[in-house]
Design a protein around this ligand. Structure first.
Ligand SMILES: NC(=O)c1ccc[n+]([C@@H]2O[C@H](COP(=O)([O-])OP(=O)(O)OC[C@H]3O[C@@H](n4cnc5c(N)ncnc54)[C@H](O)[C@@H]3O)[C@@H](O)[C@H]2O)c1
Length: 243
């Protein structure tokens, strides 16, 4: 029987790589994104077991409808990958409150709404995997008071859900990507990109598929007994004394 996976922010970047990899792993792949053009394009490219849903994860009603539709059609949910996220960087004294709200609403509240809907389904079926894409920025990064707070929130959320859902056979983990080559990081100037690459132990950017590989590992039936963890996929950037 094919497993069912929902991936948010699946139209491009890391989410697209996760969707492609999960599709290749034989999942019925539900692509959730607000980018209608790229979402539909990817679903078409992947094939008949990929389905695109235009759903803004901030919208509680839209998220509920998404889960109702998925359950009506497939009657189960094996994996939820919360990947959708945005950045709106600035030092706090220049950051408009709207930019704080926008980042928290998508990265944290949207992820929470998706988890809430998945949790009751997975709890009832006594099985499931949730993988939340956080960022190593949750450790704290100047200019990202909104983003770091949202991603630290995702780490906290992941740990709570691991505690709440463990006895129902549901494993919940987070992945903290470091610098990954996607449309999000391509918005940075080449100069900034080079500086960030030079600060990496590996002197390289990661690829979206590096995150996709970690997601597939965490969702695999063979992977048991790992829950509540944050796995760093960051070329070693989060280790060392930084001296
Ligand atoms: N790229 C990196 O270096 C990096 C590093 C650490 C963490 N991350 C995290 O990885 C995730 C993916 O990042 P990316 O670089 O692929 O970003 P991206 O901008 O390339 O893709 C994000 C996708 O999310 C979608 N999205 C945005 N708001 C949405 C909403 N309200 N509802 C549904 N979909 C929405 C966008 O349309 C887009 O397709 C994000 O959570 C990001 O914070 C990225």
């Amino acid at each position: 029987m094919k497993k069912i996976a929902i991936i948010t922010g699946a139209a491009k970047g890391i989410g697209k790589a996760i969707a492609e990899r999960m599709y290749a792993e034989n999942y019925i792949t539900i692509l959730v994104d607000v980018d209608v053009e790229n979402g539909n394009k990817l679903a078409e490219q992947l094939g008949e077991n990929a389905h695109y849903f235009n759903c803004d994860i901030r919208n509680e009603k839209a998220v509920e409808e998404l889960f109702q539709t998925v359950i009506k059609k497939f009657n189960r949910l094996d994996a939820l990958v919360n990947n959708a996220g945005i950045i709106k960087d600035n030092v706090i004294w220049k950051m408009p409150t709207e930019d704080f709200d926008a980042v928290i609403d998508i990265n944290l509240k949207g992820t929470w709404l998706m988890c809430k809907n998945a949790a009751s389904i997975m709890k009832n079926q006594q099985n499931g995997r949730i993988v939340n894409i956080t960022s190593r920025a949750w450790l704290g990064n100047p200019g990202q008071s909104n983003y770091s707070a949202s991603k630290a929130g995702v780490v906290g959320l992941t740990r709570v859900l691991a505690l709440e859902l463990g006895k129902y056979g549901v494993l919940v983990n987070a992945i903290a990507p470091g610098l990954i080559d996607t449309p999000l990081t391509q918005k940075l100037s080449l100069d900034v990109q080079q500086k960030l690459i030079q600060a990496q132990p590996t002197k390289s950017m990661g690829k979206p598929k590096d995150i996709a590989n970690a997601v597939v590992f965490l969702c695999d039936d063979k992977t048991q007994f790992i829950t509540g963890q944050t796995i760093y996929v960051d070329g070693g950037k989060s280790i060392g004394a930084g001296i």
